[in-house]
Design a protein around this ligand. Sequence first.
Ligand code: UDP
Length: 378
Amino acid sequence: MLRIWIPDLARNDEGKKEIPGQVRKDEMTKDISDQIKNDRDAQFYFGGILMKSILVTGGAGYIGSHVIRLLRKNGFHPVVYDNLSGGFKDFVSSFDFIEGDIGDFDKVMFVLKKYDIQCVMNFASFIAVGESVQNPLKYYENNVAKTLTLFKAMLQSNIKQFIFSSSAAVYGNPAVVPILEESPMKPESPYGKTKYSIEEVLKDLTVSDSFHAMSLRYFNAAGADESGQIGESHVPETHLIPLVIRAVLDDSYTVTIYGTDYDTPDGTCIRDYIHVNDLGEAHILALKKLIETNQSDVFNLGNGKGFSVKEVIESVRRVTGRDFKIQEGERRKGDPAILVASSNKVKLQLQWQPHYTHIDSIVATAWKWESQQKRKGY
Ligand code: UDP
């Protein structure tokens, strides 16, 4: 078995004695690189410590592809498992990647064992609120039934640490904003109910099987990595920022505002937009805490500031300096009027700090990605 040693330059432990049989990553020859590709049992060491392998289901998708890069930067070894229903192979070209479905028990079992997985992060989920109202079974099947299969495989493999992509949709139409983690959970859409259901299952598994999970309730993930290599690319695209940018890039497309009669200052829905890399960094902090303490917890992931649909449209105008076509339309079923997080808990307990706090800075990264990429999500 090959052992690869990645020096931790930040900790200046370059001079540390290498264990015989280890190869320094920066001194790797092409021969050794080829061997690693064929030796799936290769172990990676970071600063002399065995890197923990994290299974990232849905790692080829929008959020997952950002998180795997952050995992690597933080000394973990991400293994991507994705059925490519919403992900892209070119987002994971430099990563260990297995094409598979979380509902495929045998395949998940195989991967968990093969890579000696410490913890699973699950991004393999359907996410469109409107579609979940039209086709709830699709959502319950993937986001609940198949996720239970993943849990069964984890338990059978004695892997009991899990990072769950939950959602602000678990709160439904909140009575009080900003929303605290203790606020009542009253999901309105089937999508929100699937996330709520899994959070409940996780609570039960904590009691029955000493399973430990961090449930991270995402508000509106947006923007893209500054590299311009990865970004939001849903097919079909349903999210506001990419659709407004689509209207900028495509004269024939008119962006529709879903409802202008909400009980908000300008009548349009208010959401809390969080940059995808800020969201990703919260995952790393949550993972480290989980590994360190083995304690389950729940965190809102949002900036704590809301922007209306009309304010997002204005931001895209400012950032791009261009005008585009908009129209006012009916409300979209399942949309609450306001979803804004209280982000005090994640800031206080995980020492998380967002780098992108203004909507324009988030939109600017989305604009860079959308205006550069050839493949369109529509
Ligand atoms: N929205 C809109 N027009 C669109 C897409 C979305 O007015 O073409 C609104 C939507 O009703 C919601 C907000 O923008 O109030 C954010 O929607 P998105 O789908 O981006 O995220 P969600 O909040 O549903 O997770």
